[in-house]
Design a protein around this ligand. Structure first.
Ligand SMILES: [Zn+2]
Length: 437
């Protein structure tokens, strides 16, 4: 009850002069929704040929389809790939004057940690200090490593019990979007244009978004609700390439190898030794890019190495590619009998290249957060997002926070305020688009 009231009060307070009457609460609080969804195992799996990669993701997809219908969404459908689509009709005199805005979250949880039998625990009225997870006391969310905890004093913190991840990534985003729709349904006085909704499978294994029907979705712009701490908005991702370096030697029986055998492994070792230590994932952060040899194979006849190249700027990425090619030339000079080739492939580009042309998307999101009493900040994503894929397919899609922290691990958490303030931000956002159009 307390959460329900506090959400109502927050909404009334921040809507200020815009809302003359108190908002009716949603039929279910965002926290209760969240606690229900995280208990449904939706872990995805790497290297599968099907989408979704695991059938169990459909359990949540089908439930969400049912619940979307119950909160008044239309055209609710689950595609053959397990993507849930729906439309929330606008309630303006002329909806065509406001762009259709999309909201997208993913249903799957990371393959890194089990998502089976998630037992969410509410640590009520957090008063500071470390949080020990009850089923495994070695799992501790420390105040030292989680400075965000300082901002959560008095809040209710939600964690798993120490044996699984929580799945806030991204069931928080789903709960927040669902509660936004539920609240809009209860409060027709909140004016908004048409909204397109999608819940996707396999975000964590990078397969679901390729099956996304951008045209059928029908949005002009969209937001993924899949970020972390309250206020974090991202309109930048890496630009990414992958290099494969192949070292061709010559194998022969070692008993009669003198003057014949050319062992490719030594050339690979020499090449690996040339990587600059200050340009690796383990030595960089923030806006600094990296090169990352992440897998390979060694053999006398042929050895090979795969390398990730990451940078926020294409010029920085070009420089890294040149570095890898120069290193090839240096190793080749030292091992003239080994034939070395390098092949570089483009993976994805920084979505900022497109989003810079749509500043209102980021600005409106920042304004929506401010109206909810949340201080917004821009954070470049040291990775790719489903939004970056969609952005280059013609649907500009920045990423919004969910209130969650420590994704993909047993120390993952979110909070009541995180869930409520994100929901409030989404409600503000749809109103801002209506106001400004
Ligand atoms: Zn996520």
């Amino acid at each position: 009850m307390k959460s329900l009231l506090s959400l109502v009060f927050c909404l009334v307070f921040t809507a200020g002069a815009r809302a003359q009457t108190a908002l009716k609460p949603p039929t279910e609080t965002v926290l209760d929704r969240f606690l229900r969804y995280v208990k449904i195992d939706t872990q995805s799996q790497e290297d599968q040929t099907t989408v979704p990669s695991t059938r169990k993701q459909l359990n949540l997809a089908n439930l969400l389809a049912k619940e979307l219908t119950a909160v008044g969404a239309q055209n609710v459908r689950v595609s053959e790939f397990g993507i849930v689509y729906a439309t929330v009709p606008g309630n303006l005199a002329d909806n065509s004057k406001v762009p259709v805005i999309g909201f997208i979250s993913h249903m799957d949880t990371s393959p890194a940690v089990s998502g089976e039998n998630v037992n969410p625990i509410i640590h009520k009225n957090y008063q500071g200090g470390d949080i020990v997870l009850p089923k495994d006391p070695t799992q501790v969310i420390t105040a030292a490593k989680n400075p965000i905890l300082k901002t959560l004093i008095g809040d209710d913190i939600i964690t798993a019990d120490g044996t699984t991840l929580l799945g806030s990534d991204d069931k928080a985003g789903i709960s927040e979007i669902m509660t936004m729709i539920d609240t809009l349904r209860q409060n027709p006085q909140i004016k908004h244009g048409t909204l397109a909704i999608a819940f996707t499978p396999d975000e964590e294994v990078g397969g679901g978004i390729e099956k996304f029907d951008v045209k059928g979705f029908g949005a002009k712009f969209a937001y993924t609700v899949d970020g972390e701490d309250l206020g974090e908005i991202s309109d930048e991702t890496w630009s990414a390439r992958t290099a494969t370096v192949t070292f061709q030697g010559k194998s022969t029986h070692p008993g009669t190898a003198k003057g014949i055998m050319v062992n490719a492994m030594y050339a690979l070792a020499d090449y690996l030794d040339r990587f600059p230590h200050d340009m690796l994932p383990e030595t960089t952060e923030g806006r600094v890019g990296f090169v990352h040899p992440y897998t390979g194979a060694i053999d006398v006849e042929q050895s090979s190495l795969k390398i990730l190249l990451r940078d926020f700027d294409v010029s920085g990425l070009d420089a890294k590619e040149k570095l890898l090619r120069d290193m090839v030339a240096q190793t080749a000079a030292k091992f003239p009998q080994v034939k070395i080739t390098i092949d570089v492939k483009e993976n994805y580009k920084n979505m900022k290249e497109v989003l810079k042309n749509y500043p209102a998307l980021t600005n409106n999101a920042m304004e929506a957060a401010r109206r909810a009493g949340v201080k917004p900040f821009l954070k470049p994503i040291r990775g790719g997002t489903d939004g970056s894929t969609l952005t280059f397919e013609g649907l500009p899609t920045p990423d919004l926070f969910t209130g969650g922290t420590n994704f993909h691990g047993k120390l993952e958490f979110n909070s009541r305020r995180g869930l409520e303030k994100t929901t409030e931000t989404l409600l503000n956002l749809v109103q801002i688009f209506a106001e400004k159009s």
